[in-house]
Design a protein around this ligand. Structure first.
Ligand SMILES: [Zn+2]
Length: 497
């Protein structure tokens, strides 16, 4: 016997077995019980949420010879069995997306007037109903208006907005929702138990996440996972090549933590694995957009649809932080797309984000400044022994260490001339053409130098020719005026001779 895929083997055969969609099931079973089912139904929702499955259960319910509780098919009578097999003459499934769709609609309209051949009701299930041509839709419309009492139409679509408004208004509409993440995980677990297949829950979590609310997708992924013999989360990642998904979650947490060291480690990992950086940045940007939407509209975006990692990130972080990172990523995504050095741009993007965090709390900044001045004082009274130790730390050794730590930083540091290592500071004179201070790496470099040499790092920019504005700003009398009036210089008008 050929292998039957899980999605088919576990296809629900009764309303009770339907996974999720309680609102749909409740309304439909009530209508069936009271024989008040509408003759034109529209099932909308993403793929794999049970639209066709429920349509077939209805078809059985309307034709079953031993109906239970007034709505539940027995699945044992000849009508039920034939409908399950897809060979029952009075249940006609039409795929509107196929070329045969139009011909089938024509046949359908021709045959409407005839009573069911075998069962009690004729059921037309029209899949992908939004793909019907205008011509076919119009033809169908007439039948939908006044269907014979033995005829039922069930239109299924993933894009209800593409249907003619006149069709929409003729149908009773049922929206099939995405299945919630925990529900999919629970279901996958049950299937694995029935199949006697051992697999880690974390692996199932990952599969459920990828399925994005579609049970059919989740089951076909599980099918593949079983075929590969995957047991762990890591197995699943390598079987499906989902490294990016995990990497993005990891990276997002690191960026929200503003952990630069870890961010640069990830950048290295990304580089080593040869992952496409533009793709990764796109996914990362999308991920932050998702976080932003969930954070901003927690009610509408239904937290329960998301993985535990996403939920934690949303709960633990402020909207402003998520927004700042998202904005920064959007900008850098454009830059990376155009850059000839995407790797470097990628590192810069991560770095900028980690630096944002350090800009925010002014109070902390002032405390830090106080700390620095205290430390400076202690340097000058340091013991001779300390001095001896410091002297062994040369600029060359420092550059060597940086080279081991970070290539972009090394690139920056090796472009500098050698600074003077003085007793009270590390001092570097630069020409005005140097833009080192503008580099996002500058702050880190400065921190590294200061911690390595245990004294402040100072840069003096040797400006050959300062702009008039800067020069004027520096004049003591101008400074005094600006300060007293809390003013800014708008423009400078040279005096006429
Ligand atoms: Zn039956």
């Amino acid at each position: 016997m050929s292998y039957l895929v899980l999605a088919r083997r576990y296809r629900p055969q009764t309303f009770k077995e339907v996974i999720g969609q309680p609102h749909v099931v409740r309304t439909l079973t009530n209508a069936l019980k009271h024989q008040k089912l509408s003759h034109a139904l529209l099932f909308s929702g993403i793929k794999g949420t049970g639209k066709t499955t429920v349509a077939r259960i209805i078809a059985k319910s309307l034709n079953c010879q031993n109906l239970m509780d007034g709505y539940e098919p027995c699945n044992a009578c000849s009508n039920c069995v034939e409908i399950s097999k897809g060979i029952f003459v009075d249940v006609i499934e039409i795929d509107a997306a196929s070329n045969r769709g139009i011909d089938q609609i024509r046949d359908l309209i021709e045959n409407l007037k005839f009573a069911p051949a075998k069962g009690k009701a004729k059921i037309y299930i029209i899949d992908e109903a939004h793909m019907l041509t205008r011509e076919a839709s119009n033809a169908l419309l007439k039948s939908l208006e006044e269907p014979p009492s033995h005829v039922y139409f069930i239109l299924a679509t993933t894009e209800p907005n593409k249907l003619l408004p006149t069709i929409l208004s003729r149908c009773q509409r049922y929206d099939f929702r995405r299945l919630e993440h925990p529900l999919i995980v629970k279901y996958l677990k049950e299937v694995c138990q029935k199949e006697n297949y051992e697999i880690e829950e974390e692996a199932l979590e990952l599969i459920a996440k990828e399925a994005q609310g579609s049970l059919r997708d989740a089951l076909s992924l599980l099918d593949q996972a079983m075929a590969y013999g995957t047991k762990t989360k890591e197995d699943v990642i390598s079987a499906f090549g989902w490294h990016e998904t995990l990497l993005i979650e990891e990276l997002a947490s690191i960026l929200l933590e503003k952990n630069l060291k870890k961010a640069l480690e990830i950048a290295q990992k990304v580089y080593d694995q040869g992952i496409d950086l533009i793709y990764l940045m796109e996914k990362l940007t999308e991920f932050f957009r998702e976080l932003l939407v969930i954070k901003a509209f927690p009610k509408e975006s239904k937290m329960s649809f998301h993985t535990p990692v996403v939920r934690d990130l949303v709960l633990e972080n402020e909207l402003e932080d998520i927004l700042l990172i998202f904005q920064s990523l959007v900008k850098d995504l454009e830059i990376i797309r155009k850059s000839s050095y995407p790797q470097l741009q990628f590192e810069l993007a991560l770095l900028k984000i980690c630096e944002y965090g350090k800009l925010i709390p002014l109070k902390d900044l002032i405390e830090k400044l106080d700390q620095i001045s205290i430390n400076n004082f202690s340097f000058s009274i340091g013991s001779p022994e300390e001095h001896k130790e410091i002297k062994e730390k040369s600029w060359e050794n420092f550059v060597e260490e940086i080279k081991k730590e970070s290539l972009p930083l090394y690139g920056l540091v090796s472009s500098l001339s050698k600074p003077e290592i003085k007793a009270e500071e590390v001092f570097l004179k630069l020409s005005s053409s140097s833009n080192i201070v503008d580099s996002p790496y500058y702050k880190i470099l400065k921190e590294k130098i200061e911690s390595y040499f245990n004294r402040p790092f100072r840069i003096e920019i040797e400006e050959k020719k300062r702009s008039t504005l800067e020069e004027v700003k520096e004049r003591p009398e101008v400074k005094a005026v600006l300060k007293t009036l809390s003013a800014k210089i708008a423009y400078i008008q040279p005096l006429k001779e």
